[in-house]
Design a protein around this ligand. Structure first.
Ligand code: CP
Length: 360
């Protein structure tokens, strides 16, 4: 190579390096700008709730949410569904950390909470199978675990096998706690996403009929949902359950005390013909002390093509999932099969809850 050619090549290398570093500077400036706009936007959006969301400190029981809070939360969830990667909104939780402590298995609740935090720019510290892999296995109390995690994270999402544990956890620390299901007790975020799904699917939260089907004794989702729906007008409940897992008296008494119509039924096809929402649930094998009772309950009420044929055209089939065999997969393609849309709504509701509880 001649000396002139070497000089030209050297100039090109310097020019390339300069242009690469200029590109890097431009990208860094753009990212700084997005972060600055996210911070400014978050400040501008903070504490503007008209309902009790403004003072909500934790999410432990469905009863904490009145109608105004739910409706305002659903509007936030609608906005969360529009958040796109790379926008200022997608960074509104940047710098915040969420801890997910799950002592029971989960697909949807844990992953949707972690996805929600990630989609809003926050970080996650997580332990699944917390009973086995956290120091609970060495005898640490829930309170001590919570007080430790409080030092690391800004918000804690807890799934536990004992009813009442989320309340204990919330009482133990000064940071927001979200109940992601406490044994046979409550699953408030599921109730919120279920009510949100009903609003999206049938277009209203008053004047409708709902059938709760399957394991109504152990299913925390149906108990929390029934309680949440007492906030709305003219909702009629049908309970369709095998004898060994009927809806418990506390929920029936709650409905009766509020003048809400409910009835127990055994003919699923007849009920299906009369409802706007058919909410199917799994028989929860893991909660049966007696295997004979599980055998009596399983397989009794199945949503199949004949049930879909009975359902009105404008209705929706919901299920908190996971399912075993209580909805046959052949009906998944029916437009009224809303259970995977319902699972995705969980992401938007949990993004909204994180935004509300972290006050951004
Ligand atoms: N619906 C629900 O709570 O699902 P997971 O158990 O998978 O979280």
């Amino acid at each position: 190579m001649s000396s002139a050619a070497r000089a030209t090549s050297a100039r090109r290398v310097v020019a390339d390096a300069t242009s690469t570093s200029r590109g890097r500077r431009r990208r860094r400036a753009r990212a700084d700008d997005v972060r600055r706009r996210a911070r400014d936007g978050a400040r501008a959006r903070a504490t503007t709730y008209a309902s009790g969301l403004a003072t909500l400190e934790s999410c432990v029981e469905a009863e904490q949410f009145d109608r105004a809070m739910m409706e305002e939360l659903f509007d936030v969830a609608d906005a969360m569904a529009e958040v796109r990667p790379g926008t200022p909104e997608s960074l509104m939780l940047q710098g915040y950390l969420m801890s997910t402590l799950f002592y029971e298995p989960s697909t949807r609740t844990r992953l949707s909470f972690e996805a929600a935090m990630g989609r809003l720019g926050g970080g996650i510290v997580s332990t699944e199978s917390a009973g086995e892999y956290s120091s609970a296995a060495k005898g640490e109390t829930l309170e001590d675990t919570m007080r430790t995690v409080e030092g690391y994270a800004d918000i804690v999402v807890l799934r536990h096998f004992t009813a009442g544990s989320a309340r204990r956890a919330a009482n133990a620390i000064g940071k927001p706690v979200i109940n992601a299901g406490d044994g046979p007790g409550q699953h408030p975020t599921q109730a919120l996403l279920d009510v949100y799904t009903i609003r999206k699917e049938i277009g209203r939260l008053d004047d409708f009929k709902i059938a709760l089907v399957g394991d109504l004794a152990n299913g925390r989702t149906v108990r929390s949902l029934a309680s949440a729906l007492t906030q709305f007008n003219n909702v009629k409940f049908y309970f369709v359950a095998p004898d060994v897992v009927k809806m418990k008296d506390d929920i029936k008494d709650l409905l009766t005390s509020k003048g809400i119509e409910w009835e127990e039924a055994t003919d699923l096809a007849a009920v299906a013909a009369d409802v706007d929402v058919l909410y199917q649930t799994r028989i929860q094998k893991e909660r049966f002390a007696n295997p004979d009772d599980y055998a009596k309950a399983s397989g009794k009420y199945i949503v199949d093509r004949s049930i879909m044929d009975a359902l009105p055209k404008s209705s929706v089939v919901m299920h908190p999932l996971p399912r075993v065999d209580e909805i046959v997969v052949d009906v998944d393609d029916d437009p009224r099969a809303g259970y995977f849309r319902q699972a995705q709504n969980g992401l938007f509701i949990r993004m909204a809850l994180l935004k509300v509880l972290l006050r951004v």
